[in-house]
Design a protein around this ligand. Structure first.
Ligand SMILES: C[S@@+](CC[C@H](N)C(=O)[O-])C[C@H]1O[C@@H](n2cnc3c(N)ncnc32)[C@H](O)[C@@H]1O
Length: 451
């Protein structure tokens, strides 16, 4: 047999945890075929009999660490046997393992050794599994180690993380997973999760395989798969999707799957007065209307309703829109004219709600309130919980208060309230137009990754 192209050494307190796993499944087959060779080194083999592999952590408090000379002796032995290589340490505080990082590391480690040609030299990875409070940190520094975490939780040892890492990484080595296409379609490989999988029988427990999948029409099946993968990703993994690299065509496709959003600016049913606020109405500020319209257009909001029952305020807005809703505004600045088209002045929230329902076959909007303070009696949503509001595919109305914020009575009519926005300072008095901009960005924004 030719020399394996990837040699992996696992340094662990418990090699027996790897025995069955290494013999089983695709990894077993990969080893049989000579693509990979995995070896385990037992840490206790690097101390004299009756010597300990661990030592109390320096400083006060309980906890043991794996001794630096012991771990180093095992790593040096791995280098002596299979050549120098990259040393990977598993630690909860390391770089988070993701599909993207598996792909990048596979390309980096195996790119030349494995993917280009079979005659090039093999790659050696040494995986160090921590136990107790982990490995003495000087070892990591000494070997210029890479620290990997498999998630923001703490396990008892690095053995499962090492297995998780290898399963993720080795899927990208050609020849290990038989069908390269299944890797390409994997969830989180591109911007989308995989489409739902069905198998035989066609009927099971009253549930049928979607007829399109049995149609034999490959183009329609492909379309269905793309569409369902897109819907699932938008509804259930928006945080992932919004940080993925997306072409403008894909961004448009995503936009079509996000439920319609409306912004409602309340100048009624708000609290007024600084000392002992009471329910009342507030005056309209045209700069707010102007800026919120531009922010709404940027984030794809369908309409921005300004709610005021006051005649003089409506008159003020009439004059304002005499400019912005006519050729005067268009000739002055076409982009702002476009944004201003989404603004509608209404007497009440009920009028805005009825208008939204009329645009969605009578479907009522889900009302999401915003507040600078925590609100009692309304279910609170964090800025990564879009899935909770989006799954019903109903339109969404985001309500913003003016004055001292919306009244408790109004807040209690809402389905959800978004968590207040804060910085790390004690000051928390944003203008409503700034709050709308921040909230729309947190809720609907796209965060382009670096390339
Ligand atoms: C009990 S943990 C030590 C936790 C350590 N005190 C901390 O909070 O970072 C023991 C070992 O389990 C492994 N481990 C636990 N959780 C992990 C995770 N999420 N990712 C990678 N390794 C992990 C590491 O090898 C670690 O050294």
């Amino acid at each position: 047999m030719t020399q394996p192209r990837c040699v992996i050494t696992i340094v662990t307190v418990f090699p027996e945890l790897f025995e069955n796993w290494l013999k089983t499944s695709l990894l077993g087959r990969a080893q049989e075929s000579g693509l990979v060779s995995v070896n385990c080194l037992r840490l206790s083999d690097y101390v004299a009999p009756k010597q300990r592999i661990d030592t109390p952590m320096c400083g006060p408090g309980a906890g043991m660490v794996l001794k630096a000379p012991v771990v180093a002796a095992a790593i040096d032995d791995a280098f002596a046997r299979y050549g120098r290589g990259r040393v990977i340490f598993f630690t909860p505080s390391g770089q988070l393992l993701t599909q993207r990082s598996c792909q990048t590391m596979a390309a980096e480690y195996f790119g030349e050794a494995v993917m280009a040609d079979s005659t090039s030299s093999s790659i050696h990875l040494v995986l160090v599994c921590g136990r107790y409070e982990g490995v003495d940190c000087r070892v990591i520094e000494h070997y210029n180690g890479i620290e990997i975490s498999i998630g923001n939780y703490v396990l008892m040892g690095g053995d499962l993380p090492a297995q998780v890492f290898l399963e993720g990484l080795l899927r990208y080595v050609p020849g290990i997973v038989g069908d390269a296409q299944s890797v390409e379609h994997d969830s989180f490989t591109g911007p989308f999760v995989d489409f739902p999988a069905y198998g035989q029988p066609n009927e099971w427990c009253g549930k049928s395989v979607p007829p399109v999948l049995l149609s034999g029409d490959h183009a329609r099946i492909e379309q269905w798969r793309t569409d369902t993968a897109l819907t699932r990703t938008v509804q259930e993994h928006f945080s992932w999707l919004r940080t993925s690299a997306l072409s403008s065509a894909l961004r448009q496709a995503v936009a079509k799957k996000i439920p319609a959003h409306y912004v409602v600016l309340m100048h009624d049913q708000v609290l007024i007065g600084r000392k002992d606020p009471v329910p009342g109405t507030t005056s309209v500020t045209t700069i707010d209307v102007h800026d919120i319209a531009r922010t709404s257009a940027t984030y794809g909001v369908k309409k921005f309703y300004v709610v005021t029952p006051l005649h003089d305020q409506k008159e003020l807005l009439r004059v304002f829109f005499e400019f912005w809703h006519t050729d005067q505004g268009r000739n002055y600045n076409e982009n702002r004219f476009d944004a201003m088209r989404c603004v509608q002045v209404v007497n009440s929230l009920a009028e805005a709600e009825a208008d939204i329902a009329a645009q969605h076959n009578g479907q009522n909007a889900i009302k999401i309130a915003t507040s600078a303070r925590p609100v009692q009696g309304v279910r609170s949503l964090a800025f990564d919980e879009q899935s909770v509001a989006w799954q019903s595919e109903r339109p969404i109305a985001l309500l913003f208060g003016t004055g001292q914020g919306m009244t408790q009575e109004l807040l209690e009519t809402c389905d959800f309230v978004l968590t207040p926005i804060h910085g790390f300072s004690a000051y928390n008095h944003l203008s409503v137009r700034a709050a709308v901009a921040i909230i729309l960005d947190r809720w609907l924004g796209y965060f382009e990754p670096s390339r």
